[in-house]
Design a protein around this ligand. Structure first.
Ligand SMILES: [Zn+2]
Length: 473
């Protein structure tokens, strides 16, 4: 073997060891995020039996409820109004007696959800969510560690070690701005991560991403499902192959069977789906047995409800999520806005956690810009986030190649200047020729599926997404 070939083979291993064994742990330690020991605990927990996991989960539920009583003004009032005493919160099954939150409550009483006992600076974030209602929330360092440690455990399920090369095809408006900062660029170098901007879905971008992936040779490809499907279609049409990650992680929108088949065919590796949100991070993940998504029971509790009662295993209902890891801003019985069902059978992999199937209505449909360049519906989260407090809900309909209807539940603050701002943002992405009609409503009713789509493309022959994830495009 020549020297250069040996060097090529050794280089990634050394780099991986340096990144995963030294640089990342050091970075987490400096940041005060204790990921390493938490991850070790999670690695052990996954092999606990169902009963042991439920026991641990029940203890964690009790802890977060007592913490909420002691230190979170909103819940103290809520519990007292329900006639509960502090001691009641220690009872098993008490969670189901607590009235579910509404997103509107979290928006209106945001400050009252903050842990009054935490003097440390907290990391604030927002979510455009799948309903178009922007929720502000914050996390403490322990919460960030939990999200990161659960993510790393999932990577191990896919056979990917910390420090190996990861390509991220990402289309989140909130992360996008951050992605271009100097700090993030440096962090990506340390973490061995290559960022591909899923916002730009032009053919030129697709060609560049395919080339970049071939050069970078990711061991793991993490992608917004919709964006990856556009890239994969482009690569297939143009006969571009040669990208061979060990695994693909899809997230954020439904993974249709035909999408999975296309990714597996093109990239010649298994696909692992994730269910997550900004508030909770990844909450449920597919294991190598691919029989459903394992819920991270240690840190997240997911209820499936129908008409405010728990649905039996196998029945589909609305998901209520309780985060057991974020004391800074506890979310207890939070309506995440998705439908799902618990699966009753255990997984063949031997892990004890419950399996769930998400019937995640896609929160937006692709719109079509000039020259056939697709525009992610999430673009509009960005636009309306720039007008804080002015728009409570929105939905954009593409009614023709050059016509858009903007439906808004607007606050009085939304005036002529804001309207012009929205028009300019549309012109920037869709060109000057787009005719835009505004419609103001008191409420935007959900679609028959129960979902609140942010964008609807009425001209698209593609899947309507107004049904379930099991529907084929
Ligand atoms: Zn499994």
């Amino acid at each position: 073997m020549t020297r250069s070939r040996t060097a090529q083979r050794l280089h990634p291993t050394l780099r991986t060891r340096l990144t995963g064994g030294v640089l990342l742990p050091l970075y987490y330690r400096v940041s005060g995020i204790d990921v390493v020991s938490l991850q070790r605990e999670l690695e052990n927990d996954q092999w606990l039996g169902r009963e042991a996991l439920e026991h641990k989960q029940a203890r964690r539920i009790r802890e977060i409820l007592l913490h909420a009583w002691d230190h979170v003004p909103f819940y103290r009032k809520r519990f007292e109004a329900t006639g509960m005493q502090r001691a009641d919160l220690e009872e098993r099954g008490i969670l189901e007696r607590i009235p579910p939150l509404t997103k509107q409550e979290v928006i209106e009483h945001c400050e009252e959800f903050v842990d009054t006992s935490n003097p440390r600076p907290l990391e604030w974030s927002t979510t455009g969510g799948s309903t178009g209602e922007t929720v502000r929330f914050c996390q403490d360092r322990a919460a960030l560690a939990s999200i990161k440690a659960r993510e790393m455990r999932f990577h191990h399920w896919m056979g990917v070690q910390t420090g190996e090369r990861i390509a991220r095809l990402w289309g989140s408006p909130i992360d996008r701005e951050k992605a271009y900062t100097l700090k993030e660029r440096l962090l990506r170098r340390i973490k061995n991560v290559c960022f591909l901007d899923g916002y730009d879905l032009s053919e030129a971008a697709m060609a560049a991403y395919a080339k970049r992936l071939r050069e970078f040779r990711p061991q793991l490809l993490i992608a917004f499902t919709t964006c990856l499907n556009i890239l994969a279609e482009y690569m297939e049409e143009h006969g571009l192959g040669g990208v061979r990650p060990r695994a693909i992680l899809t997230t954020s929108s439904p993974l249709y069977p035909s999408y999975r088949a296309r990714f597996e065919r093109l990239f010649e590796c298994p696909v692992f789906d994730e269910y997550g949100s900004r508030e909770f991070g990844g909450m449920a993940h597919e294991c190598p047995a691919h029989q459903g998504l394992h819920v991270d029971m240690e840190d997240v509790h997911i209820e499936v409800t129908r008409a405010r009662s728990l649905a039996p295993a196998g029945d589909t209902g609305e998901l209520l999520v309780t985060g057991l890891f974020n004391r800074a801003f506890p979310l207890i019985r939070y309506p995440i806005g998705d439908l799902g069902r618990h699966l009753s059978q255990p997984c063949a992999c031997g892990r004890g956690s419950t399996l769930i199937e998400i019937v995640k209505g896609r929160s937006s449909e692709l719109l079509m810009g000039p020259k056939g360049i697709p525009v992610l519906g999430e673009y509009f989260i960005d636009v309306f986030d720039s007008l804080p407090g002015e728009v409570r809900k929105f939905r954009i309909h593409q009614t023709g190649a050059k016509t858009l209807r903007v439906v808004l539940v607007a606050a009085p603050a939304f005036g002529e200047g804001s309207r012009r701002y929205v028009l300019e943002a549309i012109a920037q992405k869709f060109g000057d020729e787009m005719e835009v009609e505004f419609e103001y409503m008191d409420e935007i009713p959900p679609l028959p599926s129960g979902k609140q789509l942010l964008t609807i493309n009425e001209t698209s022959p593609k899947p309507t997404d107004r049904g379930t994830a099991s529907q084929e495009p």
